[in-house]
Design a protein around this ligand. Structure first.
Ligand SMILES: *[C@@H]1O[C@H](CO)[C@@H](O)[C@H](O)[C@H]1NC(C)=O
Ligand SMILES: *[C@@H]1O[C@H](CO)[C@@H](O)[C@H](O)[C@H]1NC(C)=O
Ligand SMILES: *[C@@H]1O[C@H](CO)[C@@H](O)[C@H](O)[C@H]1NC(C)=O
Ligand SMILES: *[C@@H]1O[C@H](CO)[C@@H](O)[C@H](O)[C@H]1NC(C)=O
Ligand SMILES: *[C@@H]1O[C@H](CO)[C@@H](O)[C@H](O)[C@H]1NC(C)=O
Length: 444
């Protein structure tokens, strides 16, 4: 073939293609106008329908609990939803959010409501317009929590939940429509009432926990928007943690209409949070007497004695907002410390044997104090306690000591209280006065 022939044959084909395109366009316009389905459209629709079916069917559910990581369930990507990684910027909360660009705009789907074995519950990602067959799409923001411990333990419950508050601050105060709680991939349907009310106060909406009971086991639920937390406060800087507790405190006071919470003339509020049974005082009136005596020495000091288990949440909020020094045995009631003004003091008491046998868990209120901007003033450890049939350092003694009673040392308690009060007076004189509750506590 000669060069010119090649050229002209190319021209001819370009011309033909152009004609074909024009023809198609005209045909499309006409078929749109007549609005009847053309064979071409039918072809296109069938093609995409079969694509959609394929996408629907390709959604792969994986077990929520991945036993390959059973030895390191809380490390890195964890054994919960192990195929997914968290978003994490330096010093910020670690979380997953769906949909985002990183996962191609796919939403999170969950299936199953087994309460005994997380291997029977599963998760998947799916495109919103090709959700798995029969899936229910749940609207709004869904908070999905992973707790390695127990939602009914106030400390562990609070620890698992505070990361959602961090997300709320970071993401324009987004409020959850529902919560989904997992422990080792098993569904949970409640948490400690104190934590539940704290969350309701913080987010300004009732806490609705979805347990999937109304869905069949094989029906997936997919979420318009989901936030997954599995690292508690891990990775967050001290400053970020304090912001979280500041917001919880502020919102709780707002929720309970506490205002500044202080009576006129109250300079130093000392509060003893009492327990019944395990880790209560051997002689409560003797202990109260010692702290009362020290408080009376200082003008404007008032000692309050409370049994938190018979106070409502709001009564606790009110009490703690006029407390500068909380005195209590180690125990759940100490979580109330986060409700005091920042820079307040915590005095903790332990029965015999804890230091040697209780492991790191005994320091949780030291940690909580530092995370929430309080000052942990150290612990008193009772040297005396119930006799243990084994040598004192034998681990079996912990079952005796765990729920032991707490005695007192008049000399020690008096000196301790005197020093804590003195430091507090100094701090109060050298710090900015606390901002009372205002507006929406920092949310627009
Ligand atoms: C969807 O639900 C229908 C009616 O309950 C059922 O017949 C069908 O098998 C389900 N499809 C799948 C893929 O589970
Ligand atoms: C408790 O302590 C008070 C004051 O120190 C004392 O009078 C009382 O006898 C003690 N009670 C018991 C049961 O030891
Ligand atoms: C609160 O609890 C303590 C100890 O359990 C009890 O003695 C007291 O009567 C309770 N108070 C109220 C108002 O229920
Ligand atoms: C807490 O006390 C420190 C000094 O001890 C002070 O710098 C800080 O401003 C205080 N924080 C608040 C919130 O008052
Ligand atoms: C009580 O505390 C004081 C001061 O720390 C100490 O010297 C004393 O030995 C303690 N008494 C008892 C009985 O433990």
């Amino acid at each position: 073939m000669k060069k010119r022939d090649i050229w002209s044959s190319k021209l001819v084909s370009v011309y033909l293609i152009a004609m074909f395109v024009v023809f198609l366009v005209v045909w499309q316009i006409q078929s749109l106008q007549t609005s009847s389905t053309s064979p071409w459209e039918t072809f296109v629709t069938e093609e995409s329908a079969s694509m959609a079916t394929k996408l629907r069917e390709s959604v792969t559910f994986l077990p929520l609990k991945d036993l390959r990581y059973a030895g390191v369930p809380m490390k890195g990507h964890t054994w919960f939803m192990s195929s997914l990684y968290d978003m994490h910027e330096q010093g910020e909360v670690q979380y997953q959010e769906f949909p985002t660009e990183a996962t191609g705009g796919r939403v999170l789907c969950l299936r199953g409501h087994n309460r005994h074995d997380g291997l029977w519950n599963s998760y998947a990602l799916a495109w919103p317009d090709t959700l798995p067959h029969n899936a229910t799409l749940m609207r709004g923001i869904t908070f999905v929590s992973y707790n390695h411990y127990d939602y009914h333990n106030i400390w562990h419950g609070l620890s698992a939940m505070m990361s959602f508050v961090a997300w709320h601050i970071k993401r324009q105060c987004g409020v959850p429509e529902r919560w989904i709680l997992y422990h080792w991939g098993e569904v949970r349907s409640s948490m400690a009432p104190w934590v539940t009310t704290l969350l309701a106060a913080t987010f300004g909406v009732p806490v609705k926990i979805e347990d999937f009971e109304r869905l069949d086991d094989d029906i997936p639920a997919c979420f318009e928007r989901a936030v997954v937390m599995r690292h508690n406060e891990g990775g967050m800087s001290t400053e970020r943690r304090m912001e979280v507790y500041d917001l919880m405190r502020c919102r709780s006071r707002m929720f309970c209409e506490v205002g500044s919470g202080r009576d006129e003339g109250l300079k130093i509020g000392m509060t003893m949070l009492m327990r019944d049974g395990a880790r209560s005082f051997k002689n409560a009136s003797a202990v109260i007497g010692i702290f009362e005596e020290e408080c009376r020495r200082v003008e404007g000091c008032r000692l309050m004695v409370a049994y938190p288990h018979n106070l409502s949440f709001c009564e606790q909020v009110k009490l703690m907002s006029s407390t500068d020094i909380v005195i209590s045995a180690h125990g759940a009631q100490l979580s109330n410390m986060i409700l005091m003004d920042r820079n307040s003091s915590v005095m903790e008491l332990f029965p015999k044997g804890w230091k040697e046998l209780a492991g790191v868990g005994q320091y949780v209120y030291h940690w909580l104090a530092s995370w929430s901007g309080m000052k942990h003033e150290g612990a008193w450890r009772d040297p005396h306690g119930a006799p243990c049939p084994y040598p004192d350092h034998d681990r079996r003694c912990m079952s005796v000591f765990k729920n032991g009673l707490i005695g007192h040392n008049h000399t020690y308690f008096s000196e301790w209280a005197r020093n804590v009060i003195k430091d507090l007076i100094w701090r109060k004189a050298h710090q900015d006065s606390y901002n009372p509750v205002s507006g929406l506590c920092g949310c627009p």
